[in-house]
Design a protein around this ligand. Structure first.
Ligand code: CMC
Length: 391
């Protein structure tokens, strides 16, 4: 094993070449296909950015309209899927349900399992964008006990997310453009982040030529963990705990620094960003704006700001380059929008979907080899077998 370089957690290993996302962790730069995240969050909508991330160029008006129409065609989900949803207890975590439902899609869409040409690739992309959104919202309808909703072809993708989530049989849901804008921005900021844990998972699973739904189902599972996308739920739960405990941010900073305490400051730190996370900057500003526009006064926002301010001045956090990441303020916006805490990571998944798709597509188009890391073996040398009565 002399030739094998050990790199646990892949801290210093590139797994592929990619044209999709540029990330400079020292300077806090993030670009999709060469476009600054700040510009995209401000000026584009989520489907436009999805198109950019997946196909490489900003769409023309006609291309975007076609993409939106093609996605719409696939927003109907096979009726049998409902039996699967019915089988889950109401207490199930939406991420577990979403991963299972995404995997279950393979049973009803064999062509997405085996993409053989460009046309099938395009169909797989649109099917995934359409069906995943509907299923993601259905995980909430299931846990909240509301009847399942269907996509409204007269409305946009993000508007449909809101309707699918919140429209009740008693009457139409009034779509607030402030909320649509905020969600567009949040989804855009989550759309891709090069070879993070869930994306690497999607590529790894896909590298065996498993299909798009199967690979994305695995990505959802990887995203769920609290060190990754699950951090947005964990941040809000942490802030609520601090609030219940009297609002003493310093006490929790001390816990986070204590090496004998497993507690970490959730929403802080990043494998690649060692200066600041550019997404967190935009989201912090958006949180202020959204709460002001909606007239929400959430004391939890103040706790978050206090925590951030103290951490940024603290030697422990400074010396380790620990800054707020994308998950630190996003939950505060989601909460102001009326999204339940256990759905936060599902929203991350909806945002990350175009990135997963783009990376899976790039891997297949580039005909990358199967992912197969090596190891440094540290176990026993050859031992002689002991019969049962001698053990
Ligand atoms: N609170 C307290 N200490 C921390 C934290 C934190 N949030 N993050 C890192 N550290 C310490 C860590 O204990 C270590 O200290 P020492 O050098 O004394 O052993 C040092 O900083 C380096 O940390 P690491 O664990 O080696 O860094 P990593 O690159 O392996 O982990 C991370 C990155 C994001 C998993 C980690 O910072 C973390 O657990 N953060 C909290 C969870 C979180 O917010 N995750 C969201 C990440 S961003 C969006 C996403 O991916 O979904």
């Amino acid at each position: 094993t002399g030739a094998i370089t050990l790199d646990p957690g892949y801290k210093n290993s590139g797994s592929c070449k990619s044209d999709i996302t540029f990330l400079d962790g020292e300077q806090g730069i993030l670009r999709y296909r060469g476009y600054a995240i700040e510009d995209l969050a401000e000026k584009a909508n989520f489907l436009e950015v999805s198109y950019l991330v997946i196909f490489g160029e900003l769409p023309t008006a006609a291309q975007l309209e076609k993409f939106e129409n093609d996605i719409r065609k696939y927003t109907l989900v096979n009726e049998e899927m409902k039996n699967i949803i019915d089988g889950f207890p109401k207490t199930a975590h939406p991420m577990g349900v979403l991963s299972s439902l995404t995997s279950a899609l393979t049973a009803f869409n064999p062509k997405v399992v085996n993409v053989e040409n460009e046309e099938e690739m395009y169909t797989a992309v649109c099917k995934t964008m359409g069906k995943f959104l509907v299923l993601a919202t259905w995980t909430f309808r299931k846990t909240s006990g509301f009847p399942l909703n269907y996509y409204d072809n007269t409305k946009g993708y993000v508007e449909n997310f809101l309707r699918l989530m919140f429209e009740l049989p008693t009457g139409p849901y009034t779509i607030n453009p402030v909320i649509v804008d905020a969600l567009d921005k949040l989804f855009i900021l989550h759309a891709d982040h090069e070879q993070n844990c869930s994306t690497s998972t999607v590529r790894m699973v896909g590298s065996s030529h498993a299909g798009l739904f199967a690979s994305i189902s695995a990505g959802v599972s990887a995203l769920w963990g609290p060190l990754h996308g699950g951090a947005n739920q964990a941040v809000l739960e942490m802030l609520e705990e601090i609030q219940k405990d009297g609002g003493d941010a310093e006490k929790y900073l001390a816990k986070a620094k204590d090496k004998n305490d497993p507690f970490r400051l959730m929403g802080f730190g990043h494998r690649v960003y060692k200066n600041f996370d550019p997404r967190a900057k935009i989201i912090k500003k958006a949180a202020d704006e959204v709460l002001a526009t909606l007239g929400v006064n959430d004391p939890i926002l103040n706790i978050a700001k206090q925590l951030e301010e103290s951490a940024l001045q603290d030697e422990y956090f400074k010396s380790r380059n620990l800054y707020p990441n994308v998950d630190f303020y996003s939950g505060i916006i989601y909460r102001a929008l009326g999204i339940p805490t256990d759905m936060f990571t599902v929203l991350f998944a909806i945002g990350r979907l175009p990135g997963w798709i783009a990376q899976w597509k790039e891997m297949r188009v580039n005909k990358e080899p199967i992912g197969r890391p090596r190891q440094v073996y540290t176990g026993y040398a050859l031992r002689s077998f002991k019969p049962m009565n001698e053990r």
